[in-house]
Write a protein that binds this ligand. Structure first.
Ligand code: GLN
Ligand code: ZN
Length: 763
């Protein structure tokens, strides 16, 4: 009997976000490809050595990526859409697939591949695009190099790949009219995995981690047959690495009989999300298959309950005594900040309760040590800390009970139905047809970032900071007037991201200084930590919003982040149901919204881009989630008068399956990202009739390319087939903060001209 430790993936952004900086410099041609490679190599090397020092036996390789691991997999399999082949340099082509590419001299104009959320996380992956009869071709350069690089440093790694089943389910056909499943390509793809296995075996790879996260989702019998067929083939290969089939984010117990039928070497289970599957695993998974127990939470930042983890381990040992066991985090640590030791400003009482990627691996080491020494005293400190947290007054329920008594039944619905409100709002706001607006943020220039940072460090007085912000708002409003937009925004210059700014003005949140987590590509977020009851400490956006409105006669839209998104993009406490925390946030926002209304703001947008991402992976759990998520949004927004127009915004998720919930939010206007996946959303929306007003995103803000007026007109014409013309709004598909003014101005001008052209056509 032995216990080993595995890691499923380490954060790849670097301790100080070195990757982000290097990527952005490379994109601006400030550093060369080889300089970028040096940065990447250093990050990988650091990660490998660190994991080795922590005693991890199965250290991942190929978990590093320049942009996204699903995109890497598409490259590995040679699934490159033809249009990108005009770019010769492989790395430039790779980034073109991720970000789009325009070069007017060479007449190249490539739209990026679609990006969408990785299961129920806030990580975004690039959706591979396949042809109906796609052929694949192995390109193992990266995975082989990474393995050999580590090997030459004396570190034997376990390469990570996405399995054929999940890869195809995560991909889509470029032609959305193709109705069959991408799984029909399985026969074409499996031979590439076979080739890969043999190449890896030749260079000495003994184990491979094959991630099949799609096993956690609802799957019908036909899909599972594809899975079975593929794995029969793959496991039958004689010369291949041992396969650790890796699942996470949910229970996969319904597949245990199937797993028993294929010749796997190991199975990883997420026991944090789904401990209940263990019992069945112990009876159904053959004893010659190594169990990898995901017992440290890869998705949250609380210290693990090591006593409990240890009891799981000893239980498994008694049940399977002839067996080797692996202990691991529940999923890749990609979703966790890197190192708690860098946090010097966190309240020590709270810091004690936390554990980031490095600490999570230390927790695993400790567990192994307890196993080896049988010295249970080693767990004492952890037990004490957990007890201290549970009994702490910092997370007391006092506010919650008080707040709850404030919630009344009539807090969840607007006074009148939308059609009544729509009339009143049209009269009040006097907007033209196809009203134009933006999603909220405008470019965050170097100066804006600096001002914010200086103010935070105390190098800029509040007075000067306010003055600076007012000037930025003024400039931004001037630009919007010049461009000719109908509904203006203040520009969100005070915000670093959508959540931190709000959290800072709410009780119950703590913040890190370096707790970055990758969101997509070079973008990272620093999720705040909800440790206690949430309530409104002070006004959140009132000052900037009312200042901006005082500068213009056009309606100014107030901008807030919604309760579900604040919850979803924070690390959430686990000592009460999420719904309860969400209602607390909603009440705080409700106060803010009512104050904005009182001060004359007529339009208020409450962004909920994360509502889809919180959706449980298995549909049996949907109704409960959707019910409280919708209630929370309505609790926040429904206190206003009929004449006040509530907007919401959503992006980068497949909304098709939650349209009834989106309708139930009863927002007067929704803006929705769809320029990367137009056709799907159009077809989803054409199946229902969306009752309220809607702004389909008319161009992709994640790409530097500038949309032409013609393409916007054509998109809006398509929209007009699906939505009533007098209900269509015109807006980009998301906030503009990552773009430069040089890109934003011409793009918005084209957008406004497009709206004008449609108004003329229609009249
Ligand atoms: N209002 C936010 C912005 O414009 C919305 C961002 C988002 O949807 N992620 O930046
Ligand atoms: Zn958005």
């Amino acid at each position: 009997m032995s216990v080993s430790l595995a890691n499923l993936g380490f954060p790849r952004i670097g301790d100080n976000r070195e990757l982000k900086k290097a990527l952005e410099n490379f994109w601006q041609r400030k550093i060369s490809e080889s300089e970028l490679n040096v940065v990447a190599y250093k990050i990988k090397l650091n990660n490998w050595f660190l994991q080795k020092e922590l005693g991890i036996n199965y250290i991942p390789s190929n978990d590093f990526t320049f942009y996204d691991h699903v995109l890497d997999m598409a490259i590995l399999l040679g699934a490159i859409p033809k249009k990108f082949l005009v770019i010769e340099n492989p790395l430039d082509r790779y980034f073109a697939m991720a970000r789009g590419f325009q070069n007017s001299d060479k007449n190249i104009d490539l739209v990026a591949l679609e990006m969408t959320k990785w299961f129920d996380t806030n990580y975004h992956y690039i959706v591979p695009e396949l042809d109906e009869f796609q052929t694949f071709k192995l390109n193992a350069t990266k995975i082989m190099h990474d393995f050999l690089d580590a090997k030459s440093l004396g570190i034997n790694t376990r390469p990570v790949i996405i399995g054929p089943f999940s890869f195809l389910l995560l991909a889509k056909f470029s032609d959305s009219k193709i109705e069959k499943s991408t799984l029909t390509l399985l026969d074409n793809i499996v031979p590439i995995y076979e080739e890969l296995f043999s190449a890896l075996t030749q260079i000495g790879v003994d184990w491979i981690q094959i991630d099949e996260p799609c096993l956690s989702c609802d799957l019908d019998y036909t899909k599972l047959q594809y899975f079975e067929k593929a794995y029969h083939k793959l496991t039958a290969i004689i010369s291949r690495p041992k396969i650790m089939l890796t699942t996470y984010f949910s229970s996969v117990e319904v597949h245990f009989d199937l797993f028993a039928k294929i010749n796997l070497d190991g199975i990883h289970l997420d026991l944090i999300r789904a401990e209940e599957q263990l019992e069945l695993a112990l009876t159904k998974i053959p004893t010659n298959v190594i169990l990898s127990l995901g017992i440290i939470d890869g998705r949250n930042i609380w210290k693990g309950n090591l006593n409990h983890a240890y009891s799981i381990l000893t239980y498994v040992i008694t049940k399977r005594n002839s067996q080797n066991i692996i202990l691991a985090p529940s999923c890749s640590l990609l979703h966790s900040p890197i190192n708690l030791n860098y946090e010097e400003k966190l309240d020590l009482k709270i810091k004690k309760w936390l554990s980031f990627a490095v600490q999570k691996l230390e927790e695993l080491s400790l567990l192994k040590n307890v196993f080896l020494t049988k010295n249970l005293d080693l767990l004492k400190e952890n037990v004490e800390i957990l007890a201290n947290r549970n009994n702490s007054s910092l997370n007391s329920q006092i506010i919650s009970l008080e707040e709850q008594t404030k919630i009344k039944d009539n807090f969840f619905n607007r006074n009148s139905p939308h059609e009544v409100r729509e009339k009143i709002q049209k009269e009040k706001l006097k907007l033209p047809d196809y009203p134009t607006t933006t999603i909220g943020s405008f470019p965050q220039t170097e100066q804006v970032r600096k001002a914010r940072a200086n103010w935070r460090n105390g190098n800029l007085s509040s007075e000067n900071y306010n003055h600076f912000m007012q000037q930025e708002i003024q400039k931004c409003l001037n630009k919007q007037e010049e461009i000719g937009l109908d509904v203006l925004v203040h520009g969100e210059f005070e915000r670093n991201d959508m959540v931190e700014f709000f959290a800072e003005n709410l009780n119950g949140f703590a913040f890190t200084t370096n707790g970055w987590v990758q969101s997509f590509g070079s973008r990272c977020v620093k999720p705040p930590i909800i440790y206690g009851d949430v309530s409104r400490k002070s006004a959140l956006t009132v000052e900037w919003t009312t200042y901006a409105q005082s500068l213009t006669h056009k309606p100014l839209k107030g901008m807030l982040t919604g309760p579900v998104t604040i919850l979803q993009w924070s690390f959430c406490r686990e000592d009460q149901p999420k719904s309860e925390t969400c209602f607390q946030i909603a009440l705080a926002l409700r106060e803010e919204i009512l104050e904005l209304e009182k001060l004359g703001i007529k339009i208020i947008q409450v962004d909920e881009p994360a509502i889809r991402e919180g959706l449980p992976l298995q549909s049996k759990d949907w109704p409960n989630y959707l019910s409280w998520a919708v209630q929370a949004f309505k609790l926040a927004t429904s206190g206003v008068k009929d004449e006040t127009q509530i907007h919401t915004h959503m992006c980068y998720s497949s909304f098709g399956d939650i349209l009834p919930a989106i309708i139930a939010l009863d927002a007067d206007v929704i803006s929705i990202e769809m320029s990367r996946s137009q056709l799907e959303l159009f077809s989803d929306f054409s199946k229902i009739s969306y009752p309220n007003e809607i702004g389909p995103g008319v161009y992709d803000i994640h790409s530097p390319r500038i949309p032409s007026k013609e393409e916007i007109v054509s998109l809006l014409k398509k929209a007009a087939h699906i939505f009533a013309k007098n209900k269509i709004w015109v807006n980009p598909d998301c906030g503009l903060k990552t773009r430069s003014w040089n890109e934003v101005e011409p793009a918005l001008k084209n957008m406004v001209s497009a709206a004008k052209e449609l108004r003329c056509n229609d009249s």
